[in-house]
Write a protein that binds this ligand. Structure first.
Ligand code: AMP
Length: 284
């Protein structure tokens, strides 16, 4: 497996692969890889002849007071994990490589990026859409892999691919959790032992919400209230949002019909964590 730092080198590798008739998969990440990322890479390896994992802490998706500087980084560990998972290239550019001096072009999206995480992170998805577009243009993959952990991101990327006519397939991959249910995240490393314990409230409250839906509850307000109440039992938790939305439009819903995403964002101490589940109502 190769660590590649420049766009030019990556393009020439992909060109060589294409000449050999190989299909190409892309797994975009911000590094500090864990089993959640690994599941995406393993799936990409199983479905493509060659796989590129991008490992880039993208500055444009962080707000001014967010954790860009403190975001964990460990390229050696990441390279070992990618190699083990069967990736062919890890693309690890410097910010100046991805954003040449004077870069002033961005990819922005209305509607889908305004609610949920977009409310507290108003410039986040502009950064995500921009960097993912750049990666699609650099790698020209057949398939790109994204986790359902970031459900809004997945919906946004699917929409961007449709709206901008990118010629590739987006593959969504299930959330990988720690044994006790906490969704794996590079940001979990910020949690101290008491916060790590408190963080279980995300999964616990969502499980309860899911059980209510599975038991036939259709009233979204009731489900929302129950989740909020449950999260509030945890002293270290502060709710950013609890929302039930249509999985495709991300518009809030009032009753459980069709495909519904229940998404939450909760601060545990200073760390903002997200989690979600999706239910598909088959109708009466
Ligand atoms: P990140 O490095 O956090 O930007 O994540 C890179 C990709 O890995 C995104 O598509 C995430 O949704 C996905 N991912 C992160 N954590 C998990 C997880 N616990 N389970 C599944 N996918 C994940």
């Amino acid at each position: 497996m190769q660590v590649v730092k420049t766009i030019e080198e990556l393009r020439s590798i992909v060109k060589w692969w294409r000449g050999e008739g190989h299909s190409v998969g892309l797994v975009p990440t911000m590094g500090y890889l864990h089993e959640g990322h690994k599941s995406l890479i393993v799936k990409a390896v199983s479905e493509n002849d060659r796989v590129v994992v991008s490992d880039f802490v993208n500055p444009t998706q962080f707000g001014v007071n967010e954790d860009l500087d403190s975001y964990p980084r460990d390229i050696d560990r990441d390279a070992a994990l990618c190699e083990e998972a069967g990736a062919d290239v890890i693309f690890h550019p410097e910010p100046e490589e991805m954003y040449a001096f004077g870069n002033c072009t961005f990819v922005d999206m209305d509607h889908l990026t305004k609610g949920l995480c977009g409310k507290t992170r108003p410039t986040h998805f502009r950064g995500v859409c921009t960097v993912v577009s750049k990666l699609f243009n650099i790698v020209t993959p057949d398939r790109a892999y994204f986790g359902e952990k970031d459900a809004q991101q997945l919906a946004v990327i699917r929409r961007m691919v449709r709206d901008m006519n990118f010629n590739l397939t987006i593959v969504g991959c299930p959330i990988v959790r720690e044994e006790d249910g906490l969704a794996m995240s590079s940001r979990n490393t910020y949690l101290n032992p008491a916060e790590r314990k408190a963080a279980l409230i995300l999964h616990k409250s969502l499980t309860m919400g899911q059980e209510m839906i599975e038991a036939g509850e259709k009233d979204v307000q009731k489900i929302k209230n129950a989740i909020v109440k449950q999260i509030k039992t945890e002293r270290l938790a502060r709710i950013d949002y609890v929302e039930l939305v249509d999985t495709e439009t991300l518009e809030p819903v009032k009753t459980i019909t069709g495909s519904i995403l229940t998404a939450i964002a909760v601060y545990i101490g200073k760390t903002r964590l997200i989690d979600n589940f999706t239910v598909k109502d088959q109708g009466e």
